[in-house]
Design a protein. Sequence first.
Length: 78
Amino acid sequence: MDGVSEQGQEKDREQGGEQEQELRKAAAVKARLVFRDPLDQQSGDDTDAGWGGRPGAGESGGRGLDWYLSQRPPHHGD
């Protein structure tokens, strides 16, 4: 019986060792440095949406450019 239980324990150790190696490989892949140019891709905040850019076709601009150009500070008078 001892021989059988020892063989089972050895198999468990081997499987545990294989799983541990796979986990280490996966961790190494995650920890790998990536040397890509970050400016090649557009980031989520790399758009002018909401920053006064002119609206595209079919978009409502609210107050248009003409309205803003017609506004004058109070000290300029009429």
